[in-house]
Design a protein around this ligand. Structure first.
Ligand code: SF4
Ligand code: SF4
Length: 389
C-alpha cells in the first residue's frame, strides 16, 4: 500500500511534546525490551520509523501507540537517548488530535494560550450561570439543594453527558475506522453466510466477531490488566496509581453526572451508606493517585515522569483541585457553614466542569476509552484475519 509522505511530520509532532525521535537509528533495542510488544503489533521502533519517514497515514492507522502503557523500559535502554517511551506518549497526543474532527484537541495540545483561555472561559460561564440563576442562599442552615436544586443540576449534567458522549464516541469511531484498516483485507463470506443477521459486516468484519470478543473491552477497561504486565515491580506500582485515578475518576463521574439526585443531598447519609462509601473511595483514590503523580513529576522520580507536557499538569491539577474543593464542601456542610458551602460549591464546579468538558472528549481522558477499544479491536482483527467465517 502506498503512503503519502509528509516531510514536516516530525516538526508537527514536536508541537505535541515530541523531542528526541530524530536521534533514533532504528537498532530495534526498544522493541526487544518492551514486554508488551508482540509479533503482530511490534513497537515502538516501527512507529518511530513511520514518524521519521513522514508516513502520516500509516501512523494514523497504527494501533501500537495505544498498546504502550509507558513503563519507560525502552527509554532507559535506548543507546541513542531517543526516549522512545516519550515518543509513544507524544504520538498518543497527536493521534488523539488526529481522530478529533472538531480541531479542539489539536488546539488544546499545541497552544498554551488556548489551553488556559478555554479553561478560564468555561469556568467563567459556570460562575456567571450561578451568579444569575442560583436559588436562595439560606443562612440559617446549609441548604445546597435550595441554592442549586439537584433536579436542575441533573438536567444540565445529562445535557453535558449527551454532548460529551457524542463528541467522544464520534472521535472513537474515527479511531475504529483507522485501526481496522481496509475492509478488503478480511476474508470475504459467501452470499448465504452474509444473509445471517449476526454476519452483518462492519468494516469488513462480521458482527458476531465483535460480539464474541466484547468481554476483552470490558475487562481491559475495568482492570487495565495489561498495564500490570508492563515492566518491573516498581513500575507495576504505576498500574495501581493509574487504576486508582481511573476508578476514582469514573466513580465520581457516575456519582455527579448520572447519580446527582442521590449524591447531592442536604442530609448526611449514614457512614455505611453505599453512596457515601463510593464518594469516600473516589476521594481517596483520586487524591492519592494525583498527589503521587504530581510529586513524581515535580521530583522527576521515574522515567515516565521525566517529561511533562503542559496538558499533563493541567489534568492533574484540575483533578486534584476538584477533589480538594469537594472535600471542603463536605467539611463546610458538616461544620454547618452555609455561605462558605455555597461559594465553595460554585468554585468546585468552576474547576470540575472545564476539566470534564475539555478532558473527556479532547485530551487525557480519551485514552481511558481508546486503549481498551484498540486492544479489543486488535483481538477482533486477529480473529477476522484468521477465520473464513
Ligand atoms: S528508539 Fe532507541 S532503542 Fe529504539 S530503535 Fe531507536 S535507537 Fe534503537
Ligand atoms: S514505554 Fe514500556 S510499554 Fe511503552 S514502548 Fe516502551 S517498553 Fe513498551
Amino acid at each position: 500500500m502506498g503512503s503519502v509522505v509528509n516531510p514536516e511530520l516530525m516538526e508537527t509532532l514536536e508541537e505535541f511534546g515530541l523531542a528526541d525521535a530524530a536521534a533514533c537509528f532504528n537498532c530495534g533495542n526498544c522493541t526487544a525490551v518492551c514486554s508488551l510488544s508482540s509479533e503482530e503489533t511490534p513497537f515502538p521502533r516501527k512507529v518511530i520509523r513511520y514518524l521519521q519517514l513522514g508516513m502520516n497515514d500509516r501512523l494514523i492507522q497504527s494501533p501500537e501507540p495505544w498498546l504502550c502503557y509507558y513503563c519507560g523500559d525502552c527509554s532507559e535502554t535506548c543507546p541513542r537517548q531517543a526516549n522512545p517511551g516519550e515518543v509513544m506518549m507524544g504520538l498518543r497526543r497527536y493521534l488523539t488530535s488526529a481522530y478529533d474532527w472538531t480541531g479542539i484537541s489539536r488546539l488544546f495540545y499545541t497552544s498554551k494560550v488556548f489551553e488556559v483561555m478555554s479553561i478560564l472561559v468555561i469556568a467563567a460561564l459556570v460562575g456567571l450561570g450561578f451568579y444569575f440563576f442560583h436559588g436562595p442562599m439560606l443562612t440559617d442552615r446549609v441548604a445546597l439543594n435550595v441554592f442549586a436544586p439537584n433536579r436542575v443540576i441533573e438536567i444540565l449534567d445529562l445535557v453535558m453527558l449527551a454532548v460529551l458522549s457524542f463528541l467522544l464516541l464520534s472521535n472513537a469511531w474515527r479511531l475504529f475506522k483507522a485501526v481496522m484498516g481496509d475492509p478488503g483485507q478480511y476474508p470475504d463470506m459467501d452470499i448465504s453466510d452474509r444473509q445471517q443477521p449476526l454476519n452483518r459486516s462492519i468494516l469488513g468484519v462480521p458482527l458476531k466477531l465483535y460480539l464474541s470478543e466484547a468481554k476483552e473491552f470490558v475487562v481491559q477497561f475495568l482492570t487495565q490488566k495489561r498495564f500490570a504486565n508492563c515492566g518491573t515491580a516498581s513500575q507495576r506500582k504505576q498500574w495501581v496509581v493509574h487504576l486508582l485515578i481511573m476508578t476514582g475518576y469514573s466513580t465520581v463521574f457516575i456519582l455527579v453526572v448520572v447519580g446527582i439526585r442521590w449524591f447531592q443531598r442536604d442530609e448526611f447519609y449514614p457512614i455505611w451508606h453505599p453512596v457515601r462509601l463510593l464518594g469516600y473511595y473516589a476521594t481517596f483514590a483520586i487524591l492519592y493517585g494525583t498527589t503521587y503523580a504530581i510529586m513524581g513529576r515535580l521530583n522527576k522520580s521515574k522515567t515516565v515522569y521525566q517529561n511533562s507536557h503542559s496538558t499533563d499538569w493541567v489534568f492533574l491539577i484540575l483533578l486534584w483541585l476538584t477533589t480538594f474543593s469537594g472535600i471542603l464542601i463536605h467539611a463546610t456542610r458538616w461544620l454547618e457553614m452555609p455561605s462558605a458551602t455555597y461559594y465553595i460549591y460554585v468554585i468546585h464546579l468552576m474547576i470540575a466542569v472545564p476539566m470534564l468538558v475539555l478532558e473527556v472528549p479532547f485530551a487525557k481522558w480519551t485514552h481511558q476509552l481508546y486503549r481498551p477499544l484498540v486492544l479489543y479491536l486488535m483481538k477482533v482483527r486477529q480473529r477476522a484475519l484468521q477465520s473464513n467465517q
